[in-house]
Design a binder for this molecule. Sequence first.
Ligand code: UDX
Ligand code: ADP
Length: 476
Amino acid sequence: MEIKNICCIGAGYVGGPTMAVMANKCPDLNFEVVDFNEERIKKWNSKDLSELPIYEPGLAEIIKDCRGKNLYFSSLVDEKIKNADMVFISVNTPTKTSGIGAGKASNLKWVEACARQVAENSKGHTIVVEKSTLPVRTAEAIMTILESSKNSNNSRSKQISFDVLSNPEFLSEGNAINDLNKPDRVLIGGENDQAVEALCKIYKRWVPEKKILKTNIWSSELAKLTANAFLAQRISSINSISALCEATGADIREVSRAIGSDSRIGAKFLDSGPGFGGSCFKKDILNLVYLAEYFGLPEVATFWNAVVKLNTWHQHRISKLIIKKLFGNLSSKKIAVLGFAFKSNTNDTRESASIQICKDLLDEGASLSIQDPKVSPEQIEIDLNLAMSSNQNKNLVNKNNSEGCWEYSSKIEDALLGADAVLILTEWKEYSNIDWLKMSDKMRRPGWVFDSRSIIEPKKVLKSGLNFWRVGDGVI
Ligand code: UDX
Ligand code: ADP
């Protein structure tokens, strides 16, 4: 199984960076990234690298090196499948919003469409690789669709054959290029050793062999869901303890340090924050919950569902706390919201805690001035389902809003002007360097700083005369 031409369907947060790094590591192979979203493809091909559709540190440099050499982006999905020896499926699999499994199961319509496209267009032998996170046994459905295309009565159908592999992606956004360059492990699930070996051979060019784990296909699919569920569980666990810290006088940072130095627990993923976001955690846990219910394991379903419930509760907890500290009234008050992305170093806002928290504050009539170094106002408008205030940059608050409104600030300073409170929701580096002595003068008194990411030195804020709250701090 000689692999020369690789096609990736889906030029999103997973497909784009993954293929870019593979192309960079395998100059002798040809990579075609295809997407039916022409606007997105146009951005991937844009000369100005600041216009790439995804912000990811280090990505633009790789695109500059590889694009047009062995890495191409196009909308010619069928044509590129025809020439491919290996097809990665990297499309979106959001949670179903209606029908059986609504709110829990993944919507596989895009994955199914990909399988059909491969079935209709492939030539010779094609290895289909699942990259998107998928419910267990999706490979079976993909294989059934692919195999059914061999039953047609045309000459092509007699010459085609397939293998399906599961090769889940574990990259973490904002650190994707590092994660892809130096993965903790690469997981390949498959039944046919030759196909597994063909994919293994690609990774072996830069990943030590001992880090390439081979499993059966179902273990690989379930391992991906489980890894995300375990990570999310750690965050809900530490966030639940942060509430207890605030009630008892303990400090969550001290508690995290103390438990994290137990080598069985480990120090990573113990930062209490505003609640986890991102496209994977909630979706994957809900998938696990659905699977457990489907297989008659209600206790397992309840256990994992609690991780998501705690996360939602924690987000509302932060909004409620802000409302309480601001005398239970937010109308005619301006709150500077620093950070809208679900974490730093990405422009991704999917499931960001900022969305829920901002909606809660808007419901209370707040006027929000939102700043984020990478998220566009258009994206915020979509996420909040609310148009930006037409009073932009004039006088957001004096409109005497009974309903909430928001404006976009390109500078931190503008967001803070006349604000009653500052709320830090994403851990962007620039927010930890704010000169509070200088900035506090621009705010209305009594002013508050709410730090949901623990990135600010409390003394620096308190010195400026502002009030300060941070997550899990029972001492201040
Ligand atoms: C996650 C997994 O880490 C990755 O392996 C998988 O492939 C996709 O899902 P990602 O969603 O990019 O990656 O981000 P991650 O760094 O895991 O963070 C998820 C959320 O948890 C973010 O909102 C982040 O702010 C939050 N988080 C993370 C915390 O609140 N505290 C922590 O200690 C770590
Ligand atoms: P992820 O975070 O998993 O990468 P994204 O939503 O960022 O998810 O990207 C998935 C991409 O897949 C989108 O750009 C979407 O247009 C594309 N896509 C979905 N289905 C198909 C399909 N059948 N053919 C081509 N592209 C597709």
